[in-house]
Design a protein around this ligand. Structure first.
Ligand code: NAD
Ligand code: ZN
Ligand code: ZN
Length: 352
């Protein structure tokens, strides 16, 4: 390895399920033949990182674990089989760190469904460290003129909501209700929706998020903490009061997953993306049938979705607010996230 790469580095490490995340020195990993080593400059903090630490999901977690999967930085080393990417390139590590590239899902551009998928900051160490590993076939190349702090949240939140909007089937001019609009995914979803010609109804809680959603271009903001009849309020905000053509469920609580069918428009689609712990999607069969509602899940994006989501950003179409704090402050970010107090995204600055 090049002498400029140290043996030890700073990282946030979750020693056991439940946390906390501890700021400490650990060895710098070495890339395998098909991998690159990225000097991470910035990493967004996704609610998935908090779910991982808390052990919210029925999927085993690597332990000890370095979290993080919205990492943007510079390639500093590569294995001999790593193709299409060079030392010095700017690149991003996403949730999907690697996949087998040989199974039926990988062959048909559904890599997130690969049974051997490796997940950054979950089954393999992620981007809350100075040097992180990604499979060369899966890292996102980033143009050098793009600011690495601003682009970081695109690598999970951006890709995921862009894919979710495509999966919804909503067409330009139609209305999408974004539930959890004030969070990291939600703020970016509003921008992608707008860039894709969709009209946005934002649903979240509190006045700080209201202000942000109005700035991001939402036509209406419904405050779930104040509304006396959320279903009626959402319908009233849609053209003709018919309901939303698409509902993007990004919230971290179960209730909206039980409610969305009521304010979706007939023939509308409901896309589940948020993953609150132990939650169920529930819908009245009668209403679902007579309104011909389409209910589906959407999980990150494939490599090409990543390219497209970054491209929207590079063309200046996606601007969502983020706050930058040092890597060592991750526990404070988790605390604010747990309390639902983050409007937009937090991005960690990784020490040089
Ligand atoms: P976040 O904490 O930034 O945002 C969540 C938002 O939901 C907050 O603004 C919160 O106020 C809001 N909310 C909570 N209860 C609500 C309710 N009843 N109605 C409306 N809004 C409500 O989280 P994030 O980083 O944006 O992630 C959101 C979810 O998406 C998490 O569960 C995360 O794990 C998941 N996620 C899924 C994928 C995927 O591929 N499907 C990818 C990334 C993240
Ligand atoms: Zn994420
Ligand atoms: Zn595969």
């Amino acid at each position: 390895m090049s002498p400029s790469i140290p043996d030890m580095q700073w990282a946030q490490v979750i020693e056991q399920k439940g946390g906390p995340s501890v700021y400490k020195q650990i060895p710098v990993p070495k890339p395998g033949p098909d991998e690159v080593l990225i000097k991470v400059r910035y990493s967004g903090v996704c609610h998935t990182d908090l779910h991982a630490m808390k052990g919210d999901w029925p999927l085993p977690l690597k332990q000890p674990l370095v979290g993080g999967h919205e990492g943007a930085g510079i390639v500093v080393a590569k294995g001999e089989l790593a193709k299409g990417i060079e030392i010095g390139d700017h690149a991003g590590i996403k949730w999907l760190n690697g996949s087998c590239l040989a199974c039926e899902f990988c062959k048909t551009s559904d890599e997130p469904l690969c049974p051997d998928a490796e997940l950054s900051g979950y089954t393999v160490d992620g981007t809350f460290q100075q040097y992180a590993i990604g499979k060369a076939a899966h890292v996102s190349k980033l143009p050098k003129e793009v600011a690495l702090d601003a682009v970081a949240p695109i690598l999970c939140a951006g890709v995921t909501v862009y894919k979710g909007l495509k999966e919804s089937g909503a067409k330009p001019g139609q209305t999408v209700a974004i539930v959890g609009a004030g969070g990291g995914l939600g703020s970016l979803a509003q921008q992608y929706a707008k860039a894709m010609g969709l009209r946005v109804i934002a649903i979240d809680g509190g006045d700080e998020k209201r202000g942000m959603c109005e700035q991001l271009g939402a036509e209406a903001y419904i405050d779930f903490t104040k509304s006396k009849d959320l279903v009626e309020d959402v319908k009233a905000a849609t053209p003709g009061g018919l309901g939303a053509h698409a509902v993007l469920l990004l919230a971290v609580s179960e209730k909206p997953f039980q409610q969305a069918v009521e304010y979706a428009r007939p023939r509308g689609s409901i896309v589940a993306i948020g993953m609150p712990a132990n939650a169920f999607l529930k819908a009245p069969v009668f209403t679902t049938v007579v309104k011909m509602i389409n209910i589906k899940g959407s999980y990150v994006g494939n490599r090409q979705d990543g390219v497209e989501a970054v491209d929207f950003f590079v063309r200046g179409l996606i601007k969502a607010p983020y706050k930058t704090v040092p890597l060592k402050e991750l526990p404070e970010v988790f605390e604010l996230m747990e309390q639902g107090k983050i409007a937009g995204r937090y991005v960690l600055e990784i020490p040089e």
